[in-house]
Design a protein around this ligand. Structure first.
Ligand SMILES: [Mn+2]
Length: 357
């Protein structure tokens, strides 16, 4: 708790503001402990308030008190926060410009007499380095996804639809304790595997094609994110093996490159250069990876457009892929935790090509 209080105080200081107004559910969960969906928080150096309605009174009081917040029951959260700001004489209050809708912004403008400062990435930057407890929870989410991958291999055969495969992955994750899937399950087979984000369709699995499965679990508020590509059929071509093994080599190179002190764009570039050296750069059209935590995509991004230093206990995905229109594609994704001298790969699922005959 002290740690998070300190993080909030650092933001107040850095932005030279005397209050912070939070409404984003992930930031609320992280900084106030509240796991519901309707709430708002006002943070000052002296006191911290959490606003929610009567439905959440008992739950919220228990959760936010532990984090040093006082529960205030209200049905008009923004108006109530505005009254507190006035009472406390706050001059300049930060708000979550990345997460506030235009409608909410207008309500804020109407109800706050303080000046408004956009906080930009300041809050989410504080969520990048995971605590030991967060790492344990994410490891559990990943373990659940690994089990689902192993189990789904048993149902893959001709005539099974991508949606059935997705349903099996999602059901297995729930069976093993996940509260939900962490994003729309991607199952892309055959020519569809050339689509990096091919959400599961009615297409049925046919002989001799790649099947890319990209999925994850929500567990205790945190996510996992894994991708595996398998081959179904007996007549695998050299080109399929080559594409797969090149993606795998790129993925292993990415993992080898990651360590505390490296920059996000450097890691992306190392893998991108590798594919370019094989004249395949144009087929790797997305970033190498992204942070995971309370959200499925969060800072830091391993991409050429982000220059952030990796630090110990950040958790990022490493997920290169190669996609060829009219042929298909492959992607392999693990979640890794950054360490002082490297990184620890958290997924245990096999990465050498699995051929299901
Ligand atoms: Mn991902």
């Amino acid at each position: 708790m002290e740690n998070k209080t300190q993080k909030l105080e650092n933001i107040l200081k850095k932005l030279n503001i005397d209050g912070l107004f939070l409404t984003d559910m992930y930031n609320l969960r992280y900084f106030t402990g509240f796991t519901g969906t309707t709430g708002a928080a006002l943070v000052t150096k002296e006191k911290k308030y959490f606003f929610s309605d009567f439905r959440y009174k008992k739950q919220a009081t228990e959760q936010v008190t532990k984090m040093g917040f006082e529960f205030v029951e209200s049905r008009t959260l923004v108006a109530s926060a505005g009254e507190f700001m006035k009472k406390l004489g706050l001059k300049n209050v930060g708000f979550e410009d990345n997460n506030v809708s235009f409608a909410l912004y207008q309500t804020i403008k109407e109800n706050f007499s303080s000046e408004l400062t956009p906080v930009g990435n300041e809050l989410i930057l504080q969520r990048m380095k995971k605590s030991e407890k967060e790492i344990e929870i994410i490891k559990k989410a990943i373990e659940i996804s690994d089990i689902a991958f192993t189990e789904v291999l048993g149902i893959i055969k001709e005539g099974v639809s991508e949606k059935e495969i997705a349903a099996h992955l999602e059901y297995t994750q729930r069976k093993w304790g996940a509260s939900d899937r962490s994003f729309d399950t991607i199952v892309a087979s055959g020519l569809r595997s050339a689509m990096p984000h091919g959400v599961a369709s009615d297409k049925k699995i046919q002989k001799d094609e790649f099947i890319t499965m990209d999925f994850g679990a929500y567990y205790d508020g945190y996510v996992s994110d894994i991708t595996r590509t398998v081959y179904y059929g007996q007549n695998i071509t050299n080109r399929h093996r080559e594409v797969y093994n090149t993606v795998l080599a790129g993925q292993l190179l990415g993992i080898k490159t990651i360590k505390a002190g490296m920059y996000t764009d450097e890691v992306d570039k190392t893998v991108r250069d590798f594919f370019e050296s094989k004249n395949l750069g144009e087929y790797f059209g997305h970033g190498l990876g992204h942070g995971i935590g309370l959200e499925i995509h969060e800072l830091p991004y391993l991409s050429k457009s982000q220059h952030l230093e990796l630090e110990e206990n950040m958790i990022v995905t490493v997920e290169p892929g190669l996609y060829f229109d009219g042929f298909g594609g492959a992607r392999i994704e693990d979640d890794v935790v950054v360490t002082k001298n490297g990184c620890e790969v958290l997924n245990k699922s096999q990465k050498e090509l699995i051929v299901i005959e």
